[in-house]
Ligand binder design. Sequence first.
Ligand code: PMP
Length: 422
Amino acid sequence: TRAEVSYFGAGPAPLPTHVLEAGAKAFVNFEDSGLSLAEISHRSPTATKILADTKQALISLLDIPDNYEVLFMHGGGSAEFSAVVFNMVAVWIEKRRRMAEKEFGDDQGAILRKVKQDVQHDMQLDYLVTGSWSLKASQEAANLLEPLTPNAINVATDARDSNGKFGSIPSDEKWSLSSSKRSAFVYYCDNETVDGVEFPGFPSGVEAQPGEEERLVIADMSSNFLSRPVDVQKHAVIFGGAQKNIGITDITLLIVRKDLLTTVPTPSFLHQVGMFSPPVVLNWSVVAKNNSLYNTMPIFSIWIAGEVMRSLLATYGITKLKGQEGFSDAKARTIYQMIDWYPQVFQPVVELNARSRMNICFRVKDPETEKEFLDGAKKLNLLGLNGHRSVGGVRASNYNAVPMQNVRKLTTYMEEFADRNP
Ligand code: PMP
């Protein structure tokens, strides 16, 4: 039964049982309508209400200001790696087009020449690479832009050590961000799921200095969304796949500042300056104009996400995500304390100031003992503890729906194991 299993998988992740039970019902017969949520039209009044309610729950949980739009996207977090490039490059080009227009009036030829030159020589996309997912995002940007403007990607920091392993966040004096005039955006991944590296808070090193132009900050929050409050205003865009703290897979949530949706040049202008225009399903402006219903949306997944969010609102009341943060921190502390208690058996892989509260990664003594640890855990129904295939080790994922009781089952096992293997 569910009660017998403690699941620490990294994603998809555990969900509250009451949401799954309500989901099972809604999947067959939603609110006694005789129809499944998987059967109704995404344009029906029921679907429209589900979409609006889920959006509202997110706005309420994160205190999202009016000048931001919430979108539901397809293609997981990975599709947003590409979408960020397509959309933000267009925003940067439009800014430069407007500047050129001021300089050259209606001399379209001169405007085109100037912007084309800017794209080739000036445009920079800044990435903070602190783990496997931000690395992938930067590689996707390079892959897309390579044929058009090969030097546009600026890896402002690469946190890999001399063995090519992640496990720290270099201090911001060491970052080499491009100038704010040239930068289309600064990208960071708030929580690196594979490597267990999390920013302790907003990376203030990306903020513009007095007199500088603002930097547009993009955050991937796929694996720590809704685990703590977020200062939305400091971001241009926040995105995250739903399948960890939010719900089931199939939808990606995107919070985008509204002015970015209107600062877009025409596709033909983009083509004339040697740039692509965003594919339609990744085009945030198009998705926003269509209230996230440009094409068929998985309404069941959106409803599940809404249920999870309403459940958080009901649980934590006015403390909202501050309440969830307290709970997440307490669970993470319980596991890290046990790791630190037995340094001869367990070795954390991440520096203290970058330890993730969501994905707690550690090694066990030697490969043989580590295998024994993982096999023993499985026998006790402590599941999903294997580290990502690219890094190995142990990874205990502590998402919102993991109960303290399961964390205690894990730490009790760790303690017993450590005592047996001094
Ligand atoms: N970013 C982060 C931080 C992730 O953890 C993941 C998936 N685990 C992704 C992006 C990619 O998400 P998806 O599989 O939904 O494309």
